[in-house]
Design a protein around this ligand. Sequence first.
Ligand SMILES: Nc1nc2c(c(=O)[nH]1)N[C@H]1C(S)=C(S)[C@@H](COP(=O)(O)O)O[C@H]1N2
Ligand SMILES: [Mo]
Length: 381
Amino acid sequence: MAETGVNEGALVPTTTSAATAVPDELHLRPMEGMARWLGRVFGPLAFRTLSMVEQPTRTMSGPLTPIDGYFRRDRHRHPDVDAQTWRLRITGTASDAALTLEQLRALPRVERLCVMECAGNGNHLMGSAGLVGQARWAGPTLRSVLDHGGGCGPATHFAFRGLDPIPLVRSGYHYGLSLEELDQAGAIVAVTMNGEPLPRARGFPARLVVPGIYSMSHVKWLGHIEGRTSPHMGIHNRWVFTNKQRQGDAWVRVQARWIGLKSMVTRCQRSPTGWTLTGWAWGGGTPIAAIDVSVDGGQTWTRAELTQPKDYFPEAPLGSDAHQHAWTVWSWQWAAPAPGDYVIACRARDEHGRAQDLEQDPNVRGHFNQTRVKWRRVRVP
Ligand SMILES: Nc1nc2c(c(=O)[nH]1)N[C@H]1C(S)=C(S)[C@@H](COP(=O)(O)O)O[C@H]1N2
Ligand SMILES: [Mo]
C-alpha cells in the first residue's frame, strides 16, 4: 500500500518566504466511502442533508470536544422545550413519577467524561470519521432518578423517549436498553455539558448518557423513561442500528451496542522537525496500553506517546468511575518525511493484549461498529 511519488499538488514557494508556502496542517484524506469521492466541501454538505454534522478538524486533538464543534446526528427539527412545563415522566417502575427540572437538578450529580460516538461513525459508506466527540457530562445517575419513582419495581428493561417529533411517526425518537447494560455503563441523566446547561441541540433540558455504548442510546430531549419487563423493540433497536452476524450457517440481526476497540489519526500538524500526528484511541472497555503508527501503509509500525484520561486534569483529577470510557490521546513525531503521498494509520492495543483489527470481520455485515484500522492518505509538500 505504501506510495511515494512526485508531489504535483504542492504549493509553489512564494518569493517572499518559502516557509509560508508549507501549510501548518495536512489534510488526512479518507481512502474509502462517500467522503473520498465527495471531498472536503461536498462531503460535509451531503452529510448535512442527512442531518449529520461532523467535528471540525480544529477541535480534534485534545481530551475534550468544545460545545461549539461537537458533532451532531439527529433529525433536523430540534424541539424547543419549555423548562417550566417540562416533566420527566417515569412509568412501569415501582410507581409512576414526573420530575420537574428543578427536582432533577436538585439530585446529587456525578460526572462522566466519555466518548460519544455514532454507531455508523467511520463506516465503509461514509469513509469519514467525525461523528464522535468527548465532553464532560454531569447529572444524577439513572438509578437515582429511578429511585424517585420508588425504584425499578418489576422493570428489567427501559425505553427512553425523546421529545423531538419524527415526521410521519407520532412519537419522538426512542431507544431501549436493559437495566443490566445501563448499570454496567453507569448511565446518567445529564443536565450539563462541559459545565454548562445542555444547549438546545444537545437535548435541553436533559439527555441520557450511556458511557461505552454507541450514542444512538444517548437520547436527547428526554421526556419519558418507560420501565418494561421485556426488551424495547422499537424501530431503532429492531432495525435501524443493527448489523448481520454469522452464527453457524445463519446470518442473524444484532443490535449495535458496546463500542469496540478502535483508534484514529485526527490531525497532522507542522512541527519544528517535521510533522506531529495526533489522535485518539478508545472502546473495548479496557484501558488503552499502546498505539502503533504506520506511515508506510503498514510495512512498519512504531509506538506513539500516550496521555491517559486520569492525567487530563492534573489540578482536579476525575474519579476513575468518571473516565472509564474516555478516549486516550496520543501523539507521534514524524521526522521530516520527503515530499510525496503517504498512507498512514494507527492501531490500538489494550491492557489485555488485544489489538485493533486490521481487516473487517468476515462474520459481520453492516454499517455499524466498524472498528478496524482506517487508512488515510496524506500528501507531504
Ligand atoms: N431525541 C433524540 N436523541 C438522539 C437522536 C435523535 O435523533 N433524537 N439521535 C441519536 C444518535 S443516532 C446519535 S449518534 C446521537 C448524537 O448526539 P449529538 O447530536 O449530541 O452529537 O444522539 C442520539 N440521540
Ligand atoms: Mo447515531
